[in-house]
Design a protein around this ligand. Structure first.
Ligand code: 26Q
Length: 810
């Protein structure tokens, strides 16, 4: 008989494990046996939060004692994603907490996985705000983020029969253990009504309605826990949550109407990232959040420093696009109406305090509000905007060579057709700094949308090329690569990504290349398993993983990628004898709910996937996967597993892109156009380590101005016309053969996004990619050089530039 083996004694519980259990019992109200995963998650977060609070208070005290200047980042979006892993790794507590939970029989990775993904943003702009928050804490800057605590953030995307279906995402369903409700920080925010008094005497705005803005604070932990800053998100409630007189008189619904109206302000994030929704509710959201934030900033300043006139010395307010631009008028109102400053002095303070970041030149995304709507909702602000405009236009007329046309372009009021308030012009004139987010984008700002304002204020526009936090986008999402890099060059890159440079020479080391491709392969196996389990699609991890994940928009040209996929499918079938590179085309992304063509492009990707994946004649050579519900957490899974990063926007249209940086940092090669930050990525990684194709921004502009005839281009390209005809004639939509006819006709007739014009260059570039892939040593070397050379795209570098050149805080 076998000897009996005594069970190993349970390892002793650490004090940390005891604290987690204590939290579970006393704050969640569950004992260990009854606790479910969500209870363990909440107990872990609350335990960690207790430790974060000490650092948080120390950070606040330090800024206060130093009389430091504070940075305020105003953004209608913060796309923060999950927080637990990020906080653990920034505090260096990953292993310790993992061990403590293991002793309790809980798997840390498993509970990390059920943390809701906080999606209070659409895409690039919102994610940038989140990366910036982390970098500001890392660089030890006293900074606050201000935004809205949306009850429903970005919608959850389901793919039903290939179509996008939008479902509400309830990220707060299990409560939010990260946040603190600040009952003491509440502000009155008014709407409508009338202005009493005149320009000379004391002016007073008497709003017709009001809501109360209520603060919720989330701690933001910097790298190595050096500093903890605050993300302050506003919720709304009625002053009188229930009108008792109405209730008692039997009007039970009417009695609650105020509360319902208030809550509607913070109910949903507008799910569009490319066209400005003109609804009144959006303007109400913008003003609600701007007013609460500016009131909070002014209150803090006066409380700490006593004199409102020193505001620009102690506060830098950055406007994340024009969404908070009404803040300019709100600060003017507080300075003039509440602090009795003369207009000129208020204007100087305002301009010195604000900076404005532009994220798009797309005309449909530039915010402007019908004047009657603006005036009805914000009558006092409308007066102030007229006064500001008067000043600016007088200056413009005085300056040499300003035509009437130029003066009209500078005006805060668009007089063409229905009169509208131009938020970009308001943000521009109300700021001492106006920046673009990549070199090309900043150059185009000067040449196009802001040309006349730039002539009037030539020193104002500057560039701050975007960046990404290397903590979330390398160290946390790709532990395999991080460990490999650390073994090779030491851990210094963790504090300064410029140090990744030392990895460069390892690109020539065959044994390192071997280990590097091993890490990539295991990330690809991980992603393949995920895709297998979640969508039942089997992938070959040795195929080239070709990835385009981002919001779906015509200018980002998912359509170019899909048409090329169809052409490739054709080629593989017609020439099965050739030595094709096995590829997996991975797509993910959401379309704005009202964006017809974007939704149709999602359907097309799914229709093509269905056909290609079930066609035995392509064998394992081509697979297409559209992954549903793209969000930050999914990006963290996909990016480390990518070989090829698709950054193929029509040149001149993508302000920067930030996904491009994440892929390169994780060792994917980029196939891309000379657009946005791709240009600077190319300069950093070198021409041999990136695949560039297509028209330049200047060439696109020239083609649009000249006589571009896409029909001739399509008919002149066999591959393209075959692919377009196949799609148009219903090869991929036998259930509804005309589904894509209009979409394809758009290519023949206008092709605004130059899909046809760039098609041949794109396919040629893709075949060059195939050739490079065949040389695995060369491919891996180029991928390693990408990792080594893109450290510059850390948001620490970006924030350092903002701090020194705009905010004056470093
Ligand atoms: C405006 C008014 C009403 C409703 C919605 C909006 C709205 C909301 C979000 C307009 C635009 C956005 C988001 C824009 C955005 O994400 N822009 C991206 O910003 C990134 C960070 O700078 C860049 O990298 C991308 O190139 C740019 O597209």
């Amino acid at each position: 008989t076998e000897p009996e083996i005594a069970p190993a004694p349970a390892p002793a519980r650490s004090p940390l494990a005891d604290r987690i259990v204590d939290t579970l019992i006393h704050r969640i109200g569950k004992d260990e046996r009854a606790a479910r995963k969500h209870d363990w998650l909440a107990a872990t977060i609350l335990t960690l939060r207790d430790e974060i609070i000490d650092k948080w208070m120390a950070s606040t005290r330090q800024a206060h004692a130093a009389g430091a200047k504070r940075v305020y980042y105003l953004s209608l979006e913060f796309l923060i994603g999950r927080l637990l892993r990020d906080a653990l790794s920034n505090l260096g507590r990953n292993a310790e907490v993992g061990d403590a939970l293991a002793v309790l029989g809980v798997d840390l990775a498993e509970i990390e996985e059920i943390e809701p993904d906080a999606a209070l943003g659409n895409g690039g702009l919102g994610r940038l705000a989140a990366c910036f928050m982390e970098s500001m804490a890392t660089l030890d800057l006293p900074a606050y983020g201000y935004g809205i605590r949306y009850v429903n953030g970005m919608f959850r995307q389901r793919i039903d029969d290939g179509w996008q279906v939008e479902l509400p995402e309830t990220w707060l369903a299990h409560g939010n253990p990260w946040e603190f409700e600040r009952r003491e920080s509440a502000y009155f925010v008014g709407f409508g009504g009338e202005v009493i008094g005149n320009e000379v005497g004391h002016v007073h705005w008497k709003p017709a309605e009001a809501v109360e803005a209520l603060a919720y604070d989330t701690p933001v932990v910097g790298w190595r826990g050096k500093r903890v800053n605050t993300l302050r998100l506003w919720s709304a409630r009625a002053f009188d949550p229930i009108r008792l007189d109405a209730f008692n008189a039997g009007d039970h619904i009417g009695a609650l109407a105020g509360q319902v109206r208030a809550e509607s302000l913070v109910r949903v994030l507008y799910p569009s990232d490319s066209s400005a929704a003109g609804q009144e509710l959006r303007l109400r959201q913008e003003y609600f959040f701007s007013s609460a934030s500016i009131q909070d900033i002014v209150r803090r300043h006066v409380q700490y420093f006593g004199d409102i006139r020193t505001l620009p010395d102690k506060a830098a307010i950055q406007l994340n696009d024009t969404h908070p631009a009404v803040s300019v008028a709100e600060l003017m109102r507080l300075l003039i109406d509440h602090h009795d400053l003369p207009f000129d002095e208020a204007w100087e303070i305002t301009r010195k305090t604000f900076g404005y970041t532009n994220h798009t030149l797309l005309p449909e995304a530039l915010e402007s509000w019908p004047l009657p709507l603006f005036e009805r909702l914000l009558p006092r602000h409308m007066q102030l905007i007229y006064a500001i405009n008067g000043r600016v236009l007088r200056e413009a007329r005085k300056s040499d060579g300003m035509s009437d046309q130029a003066v009209a372009a500078i005006s805060l009021i668009d007089e063409n057709g229905e009169r509208r308030v131009r938020m970009a012009n308001l943000a521009f004139v109300g700021s001492h700094s106006v920046n673009g987010v990549a070199a090309l984008h900043t150059a185009l700002m000067k040449q196009t949308v802001f040309a006349d304002l730039h002539r009037l204020y030539p020193a104002r526009i500057n560039n701050k090329t975007n960046g990404i936090t290397p903590r979330r986008w390398l160290m946390d999402c790709n532990p395999g690569l991080t460990a490999l890099v650390r073994d090779a060059i030491g851990a210094e890159f963790c504090d300064d990504t410029a140090k990744l440079q030392s990895l460069d020479s390892f690109s020539n080391d065959p044994s390192f290349r071997e280990r590097f491709s091993g890490v990539k392969r295991s990330n690809k196996v991980g992603l393949s398993n995920f895709i297998g389990e979640s969508m039942g699609l089997r992938l070959d991890p040795d195929a080239l993983f070709d990835v385009q994940i981002k919001r779906v928009h015509e200018y980002k040209r998912q359509l170019l990628n899909i048409i090329e996929t169809v052409a490739l499918y054709d080629q593989i079938r017609s020439h099965p004898e050739e030595d094709w590179t096995p590829r997996v085309k991975i797509f993910a992304g959401k379309a704005a709910s009202s964006y017809h063509n974007a939704k149709l492009i999602i359907k097309l990707a799914n229709d093509v996937a269905k056909r290609v994946n079930s066609d035995p004649s392509v064998g394992g050579l081509l697979k297409v996967a559209f992954l549903p519900n793209y969000n930050v957490s999914l990006a963290e899974r996909i990016i480390p597993a990518a070989d090829l990063s698709e950054q193929i926007s029509t040149a001149g249209m993508e302000a920067s892109g930030t996904g491009n940086m994440k892929f390169a940092l994780n060792g994917a090669l980029t196939i891309g156009t000379l657009d946005g930050a791709n240009i600077e990525i190319k300069e950093h990684v070198g021409d041999d380590n990136i695949v560039i194709f297509g028209l330049t921004a200047d060439e696109v502009a020239a083609k649009r101005a000249g006589s571009y005839r896409p029909r001739e281009v399509i008919e002149g390209s066999r591959e393209l016309s075959q692919a377009v005809n196949a799609i148009a004639s219903g090869v991929f939509s036998p259930d509804d053969p005309s589904r894509y006819r209009e979409l394809m006709n758009g290519l023949y007739d206008h092709d605004w996004f130059m899909v046809a014009a760039d098609f041949d260059a794109y396919t040629a570039a893709q075949r060059a990619v195939d050739a490079r892939w065949a040389d695995q040593a060369g491919w891996q070397a180029a991928a390693i050089r990408n990792v080594a050379r893109v450290g510059w795209f850390s948001s620490d570098r970006t924030i350092g530039e903002y701090a020194r050149e705009i905010w004056g805080v470093m």
